[in-house]
Design a protein around this ligand. Structure first.
Ligand SMILES: [Fe+2]
Length: 358
């Protein structure tokens, strides 16, 4: 059997995603801990295409087999291989109550209940805008996090893209003085305004494409922004750049999710350089796996049709992202001008890209 280095190299050639021997090791360790493909991704925190191709390679080398229900099981040869490399099943110690967010949800039960009641008719996630919304615990966790950092109460909040309905949770919390939602999907704009009217929440939603300039009156207007951007470098840069230019002065904050499932560490590095050098903001927090996404209907139609072990309904909310918090300094600077057409959703690390090729 080839070395981890050889495997990493083959995977890189096949997927175009930089892959190291340590990445392969982490995926093997995750696969040793669970037979469920989507949980292997969740445990290993590596891009979809890399995980799928590694499992497929091990299957071809006859180190594991895929059972009728899609379960992935190492055989004795596979277990011997893992043993020879000293790879043990991945360990987890995450707190079940807060799912690792470090938030005491017992103080938030009312908000959780209200949010679920109010949003019961929410629009479905659609693939046109790369939608997939987060769990109620995540939305309410975000409200608690913003409030705890002093970025919510008595503040003006911008929500840039809101299929997660953070604006509604923020409104129901009663903490912000004003909430503006800029959103590309007409269904969501209409829905959020309807809910705001019905429950008398201080929210205004409007249609906006973040490639366009911010409306003049909102440049330098807000205390805080929150967004959940698509994960090409272009989308990350323009989306966070818009958020920063909407903030009023130093000491304002921005929040956004970033995965390791659609963004490799290479991409994190490029983006962190943009944050530090181009925008001159500080990363104050990165909270691992803070954001958990509800499984979306179109997943199995769009990814991994060529792999039997992928075409299995997820048994857990496997798609997760880290929560970033950035804070502005006195010479922080976002993006104010119009942006040329650019690809927002698809690069070689994107989940949906492989599906297109399938
Ligand atoms: Fe906890």
């Amino acid at each position: 059997m080839e070395s981890l280095q050889d495997i990493a190299h083959q995977i890189y050639q096949k997927t175009g995603v930089m892959t190291s021997s340590k990445d392969v090791e982490k995926i093997l360790s995750a696969a040793a801990a669970t037979p469920h493909f989507w949980e292997i991704i969740s445990l290993s925190q590596k891009p979809f295409s890399v995980v799928a191709e590694i499992i497929e390679l091990l299957r071809q080398r006859n180190l594991l087999k895929v059972e009728k229900n899609g379960d992935i099981k190492f055989n004795s040869k596979g277990l011997e291989y893992l043993g020879s490399l000293k790879i043990a099943p991945k360990r987890t110690y995450t707190c079940h109550a807060c799912e690792g967010r470090g938030i005491n949800f017992s103080k938030l039960e009312d908000l959780i209940k209200k949010f679920d009641q109010v949003t019961v008719n929410r629009p479905k996630a659609i693939s046109d805008y790369d939608q997939g919304f987060v769990t109620t615990q995540t939305v309410v966790g975000r409200i608690a996090l913003l409030a705890e950092r002093g970025d919510l109460e008595g503040k003006k909040l911008l929500v840039l893209g809101d299929d997660d309905l953070v604006s509604i949770a923020a409104g129901l919390s009663g903490m912000p003085t004003e909430i503006v939602v800029m959103e590309i999907d007409d269904r969501l704009v209409e829905y959020i305004n309807e809910v705001a009217n019905k429950y008398n929440l201080p929210i205004k939603a409007m249609k906006y494409d973040f490639r366009d300039k911010l409306p003049e009156e909102y440049v330098g207007y807000f205390d805080t922004f929150i967004t959940d951007p698509p994960e090409t470098i272009e989308a990350l840069e323009i989306c966070i750049g818009r958020g920063i230019s909407a903030l009023s002065k130093e000491g304002c904050a921005g929040y956004f999710g970033l995965t390791l499932i659609e963004a490799s560490l290479e991409k994190w590095n490029v983006f962190q350089q943009i944050l530090a050098s181009k925008f001159k903001v500080v990363v104050t927090d990165i909270i691992h796996n803070f954001n958990h996404y509800v499984n979306w209907d179109y997943l199995l139609n769009t990814v991994g049709k060529q792999y039997e072990f992928v075409q299995v309904e997820p048994k857990l909310n496997w798609y997760r992202s880290s929560m970033y918090r950035i804070e502005t300094l006195k010479d922080s600077k976002g993006i104010e001008n119009e942006y040329k057409p650019c690809e927002l959703y698809v690069d070689e690390e994107a989940l949906i890209y492989r599906g297109d090729k399938a």
